[in-house]
Design a binder for this molecule. Structure first.
Ligand SMILES: Cc1cc2ncn([C@H]3O[C@H](COP(=O)(O)O)[C@@H](O)[C@H]3O)c2cc1C
Ligand SMILES: O=C(O)c1cccnc1
Length: 352
């Protein structure tokens, strides 16, 4: 079967979250031993988790995992990032060696770290933590032509979905998206512009920290790419292939697989946010399975989240990726589920 057909099949496995369970969770929240509404967005999150699981109270996530999807980018040749391509592979090795921010933060919240190579240019040595599913050794320059073919985009998406499904099968009950790919904030900006209709000035940012001149260049590269491809948001896979990255595709797959399995997916920064737009364009109901872990400093993040109707849980000025901001929100997700499951009711308070 063509990979594009497999994506369609996966999309068909996503059902709307359970609105009735969300309603029951909201009613329960109101009855808990606290002033109604006093736990603010934690109550909204609890209702969301109830809708995702179809259970009130929702299960408390005990076994979270971050999937760091990695790929390289032809558009790096335009000078959109000051970092050399080789850093992508070096960081993947660092994830395997437990030396990255994502490892430290994952440990602090008790999450597993898995790495998925969907398109790192450099061939990487095998490692138990690394899944190799290299669709191609990086994308082509999206400002000159399509970043990849449709089937390649579909294949990368299905690799992300496959990894997520395997983790869920092994007991993972909360997925966190992560990314690694020098240059990947450029395709993220292009995807956000393509799916939201907002201009590159509003979606393109400094990434790892570029100067004013490079930012001007990066914006014009995104503009050129949009003009070249004239993306049609009604053809999500076409947009992804033209403007995206292999890791963006894989993250969209993680989201769809999480949604199809009724497992909540916590989004990290702008790369994940842009992938969520792809997932939403493929299956509108997939957004109901998402939790926006944090608001990245990258401007495309707020544009994307607004379009998705998601409010980020944290706003810490993070602009790293790897899954770091998503992981930091894991304790909040656990707390929201625990509140619904463990608190006493207002009517049971002993006032005497
Ligand atoms: C050492 C290092 C570690 C990283 N970890 C995540 N990123 C992040 O920065 C990159 C995107 O930014 P840009 O589009 O500006 O290149 C991605 O690899 C992303 O995951 C890193 C970047 C670097 C340099
Ligand atoms: O939003 C992110 O995750 C991000 C921002 C800058 C660079 N890399 C990732």
């Amino acid at each position: 079967m063509a990979f594009e057909d497999r994506v369609t099949e996966l999309a068909g496995d996503v059902y709307p979250p359970d609105g009735g369970a969300a309603e029951r969770a909201r009613e329960r929240s109101l009855a808990l031993a606290k002033p109604p509404g006093s736990l603010g967005e934690i109550e909204d999150l609890g209702a969301r988790l109830a809708a995702i699981s179809g259970r009130v109270p929702p299960p408390v996530p005990e076994d979270p995992a971050v999937i760091v999807c990695a790929g390289d980018h032809g558009v790096l040749g335009r000078g959109v990032s000051p970092w050399p391509r080789e850093v992508t592979a070096a960081m993947v090795r660092n994830f395997c060696g437990d030396g990255a921010a994502v490892n430290a933060i994952a440990k602090s919240v008790g999450a597993r770290v898995s790495v998925l190579d969907v398109g790192v240019a450099t061939e990487l040595a095998r490692h138990p933590r690394l899944r190799t599913a290299r669709v191609r050794p990086g994308t082509d320059d999206l400002s000159l032509g399509p970043a990849m073919g449709r089937e390649e985009a579909a294949r990368a998406l299905m690799s992300g979905a496959g990894m997520a499904e395997e983790l869920v099968g092994s007991g993972v009950d909360l997925l966190v998206t992560g990314d690694m790919g020098i240059g990947n904030t450029t395709p993220a900006a292009a995807l956000v512009s393509a799916f939201t209709g907002r201009p590159p000035e509003e979606t393109t940012g400094r990434g790892t920290g570029i100067d004013d001149e490079t930012l001007r260049l990066k914006r014009s590269v995104v503009e050129e790419a949009l003009a070249l491809h004239d993306p049609d948001p009604k053809d999500p896979l076409g947009v992804l292939a033209a403007l995206g990255g292999l890791e963006h595709a894989a993250i969209a797959g993680v989201i769809l697989a999480g949604a199809a399995n009724g497992t909540p997916v916590v989004l990290d920064g702008v790369i994940s946010n842009s992938a969520a737009l792809v997932a939403r364009a493929l299956v509108p109901d997939s957004t109901g399975y998402l939790v926006a872990g944090h608001l990245s400093a990258e401007p495309g993040a707020s544009v994307a989240l607004e379009h998705l109707g998601l409010r980020p849980l944290l706003d810490l000025g993070l602009r790293l990726g790897e899954g770091t901001g998503g992981l930091l929100a894991v304790p909040l997700v656990r707390a929201a589920a625990r509140v619904l499951g463990e608190m006493a009711l207002l009517e049971d308070l002993e006032l005497g």
